[in-house]
Write a protein that binds this ligand. Structure first.
Ligand code: FE2
Ligand code: FE2
Length: 194
């Protein structure tokens, strides 16, 4: 699937408002990819597909998740806000036939995960810091993303997890383990800086 195919699919599938968001994410993903030496076309492809199932009904998402051999539904069943990401990754892999790198970036764009690749951080952050994002913390993470993907990823996870906890919401395990992973990376980097 080419970037052009992904743009057309996103335009046909998504509401206008969601397509505008997706386009903002693609612009930011391309910019960050250029800055951090990742493939710009892969970043655009993942970005145009990242929310491809965002507007699909919950029963469709659950059906896709139940058919997955990667996702443990027990881990995320209390967090419907992240279903579209995991189901979208599955759809991109099995139906659209994209590379694993692209499917994983879609799959983990809402939560992150332990051991996440830099490309996955880039797509997570492009979604968090795209021009249309105005929530608390978006500007702070946007600034940090100009100098370090890892620092920005940690700041975004801290914001996201704090926000969920402040509302007494359910935390999914991938987010918590992603936070642990980023803290571990930070410690390692600080040791090598000494
Ligand atoms: Fe999303
Ligand atoms: Fe998004």
């Amino acid at each position: 699937m080419t970037v052009y195919d992904a743009i057309q699919l996103a335009q046909q599938t998504l509401s206008n408002k969601r397509f505008v968001h997706t386009s903002c994410v693609a612009l930011q993903a391309a910019r960050l990819a250029g800055k951090y030496g990742e493939s710009v076309s892969d970043a655009e492809l993942a970005a145009y597909l990242h929310d491809i199932l965002k507007e699909a009904p919950d029963d469709v998402l659950l059906q896709i998740l139940q058919g997955s051999d990667i996702i443990d539904l027990d881990d995320i069943k209390r967090c419907p806000a992240v279903w579209h990401a995991f189901a979208g990754g599955e759809y991109a892999d099995k139906v659209l036939g994209v590379d694993k790198k692209i499917a994983d970036a879609i799959r983990y764009h809402s939560t992150g995960r332990y051991g996440m690749a830099r490309f996955e951080m880039l797509i997570y952050l492009a979604d968090y810091t795209s021009a249309d994002r105005t929530f608390d913390g978006a500007e702070q993470v946007r600034k940090i993303a100009e100098t370090s993907l890892e620092d920005a990823m940690l700041a975004a996870l801290v914001n996201q997890i704090s926000h969920i906890v402040s509302k007494n919401g359910f935390l999914d395990l991938n987010s918590v383990r992603a936070y642990d992973y980023m803290i571990g990376l930070k410690e390692e980097n600080e040791k090598t800086d000494l």
